[in-house]
Ligand binder design. Sequence first.
Ligand SMILES: [Zn+2]
Ligand SMILES: [Zn+2]
Ligand SMILES: [Zn+2]
Length: 130
Amino acid sequence: MAPPPEVESKHAPPLVECPNCDHMLPQGMGEVECEICGAVCRVTHEPTMEALKGESVQCPHCSTVVIAGTEKRPVELTCSLCSGIFVITKKTVKVEIGCPGCQSRLRIRPRPGKRELRCPSCSNSFNVTF
Ligand SMILES: [Zn+2]
Ligand SMILES: [Zn+2]
Ligand SMILES: [Zn+2]
């Protein structure tokens, strides 16, 4: 059987920093483990939880609006009208970084730690740390 179609969530918890080492924590809520120093931090964000629970998405099978009803992502839902199954996936958070060489804006997925980016317009390489 084909995997159920996916719908990307419109809401994501804000990016937070590890209180222990100031690097970015992996995106998520609840108990989140810092990938840099291993500290386990509790991340809660009430407005995001509410938004995720009440999020309405269109069933990809019949276009009926379905309410998620849970803050879990990814989550499998069954459409009440057509009984079609689909998955609401986590929203992909992207941040904008300005290239120090040419001022063009790069949109990237932040990941904890240091990494090298290459600017597509001027081929300049530079390091970013989250
Ligand atoms: Zn840390
Ligand atoms: Zn449906
Ligand atoms: Zn550049």
